[in-house]
Design a binder for this molecule. Sequence first.
Ligand code: M6R
Length: 606
Amino acid sequence: MCGIVGYIGEKSAKDILIDGLRRLEYRGYDSAGIIVLDDKPNLVKTEGKVDTLDEKIKDISMPGNIGIAHTRWATHGMPTDENAHPHFDCNKKIFIVHNGIIENYKHLKESLIKNGHIFSSETDTEVLAHLIEENYEGNLESAVENALSKVIGTYGIAAISADEPDKIVAAKFGSPLIIGLGDNESIIASDASAILRHTKQVVYPEEGEIVVVQKDGFITKGEISPKDRIAILEWELEQAEKSGFPHFMLKEIFEGPKVIKDSIRGRLIVDEGISKLGGLEDVADELSRIERLIIVGCGTAYYAGLVGEYLLEEYGGIPTEVEYASEFRYRKPLLDKETTALIAISQSGETADTLSAVKEVKMKGVLTLGIVNVVGSTIARETDAGVYNHAGPEIGVASTKALVSQLAILSLITLMFGRQRELSLVMGQRIAKEIYELPAKIEEILSQNDKIKEIAEKYKDYKDFLYLGRKYNYPIALEGALKLKEISYIHAEGYPAGEMKHGPIALIDENFPTFGICLKDSVYDKVYSNLCEIKARCGKIIVVASEGDSEIKNIADDVIYIPKTLEMLSPILTVVPLQLFAYHIAVMLGRNVDKPRNLAKSVTVE
Ligand code: M6R
């Protein structure tokens, strides 16, 4: 949510900042702005995308080697030129870009106005610029520190002063921020994709930390570039590029087989039917005492958790509940800290609601675990232990490969718990063996991409869709509906197939197609009957079915066959055709697939 980038070095800050903004644009894309310092501050802000900003500045000379830039996802104030970041003080000497929300901004703004400050935007962020000005006595770092001590809320910020053009002051609390350390240059960004091109050496500021970034290093807590703070990024630059695909989303769906391999590499021992999760070893004792798991997440990550509930109860032998993180934190849950653990699932590791749920239960002494993709992200660091997805950067706003890897990791965690409890060696071996088969099976599904595109063409003009699934594939029905609505803007509802007759069936007619997941598994007959009820009401039906199931053709208008696997692992396969279907419809409707309207990649505000 909002992309921040800052540069200080010897190259043209303008070029590096614009390149960085393009790579971060998936985080927010309703307005953008840049400030580069040279003889004078060069500030340009605009409503619209980074392309619009680039067009506006292409003929402006900005030779400076220090600057900050921002791409916005509006919270306070409409997307306008004035509300775009960077924001500045009354003298236009101090500039700031911000990701997060200043909750007490109204109160601060009132007192700053009383002190004579003139505001030029409706944003909460501008308050920070004036607060820093109010506290400025020739040292930007101290001014930022004093200003932030008055603030309630979350922030990742980068600030510069025309009077101190040799430093960027960065700070973080509840919003992501990374500092890249290159050869006589430093880059600040809200995620690694803007840094990878320049360096792999990074520093992750801690919550509440203020860092002075210079071209030859950084100063934090009075120390100059402490070596033990420097980490190495694992991601490769190509992973953050489209590599010939028209969209990141399609590329990321096609990465499914590799993502499974990377998520399970070194973590599965087939002969013993067990998984080995290094990230959980430090808490092995605590885990052996756990009698109840709570999974929290948002959006797609929440749906992964719902699949996890089925997995962990049926095969892991452990009572599991799943909650929207945004609800969980306000529910005042009753938790026994000795026997309960919380698993937070998050691709970005920065989702504000999920992070708050983690903090909430940590305060109560409950063990917290993370399934997180972004290494070094706030949730990864805040949880007591966890498992990284190793899925590589996910740039498309619609989550696809992250879900595939989250499901793979939940299967590994299920194996871990299961084999410590009742799960037999034979069943453990079967599951482990089958997990290894998944990449090849996803390849088989991907090879049907053209066929799925043809089906999408047939259905692209419908205005409403129902998605039905049952048991393990009920959450996948929810996910299929979410994918369609978020990237194509078509109304879609996901439902457990058995619930359909308790209400949604009233919607069904020839204009309201249903996408069913009906595999040859323990609920085949039930889902088949539910689909017959749709057919009897003239509803069109598309089905994801098990290969070899010819009976399904009796009721389905269109069928996508997928290879057989264990029922518990089937969501990892069924989700792929649903992702492709949504993708193709969105492309055919001319939608901005990778950056759908109103959304942002990581939701770092409540
Ligand atoms: O980064 P996270 O996994 O925590 O993000 C959670 C949701 O915001 C995310 O899954 C969102 O629902 C996506 N737009 C789904 O495609």
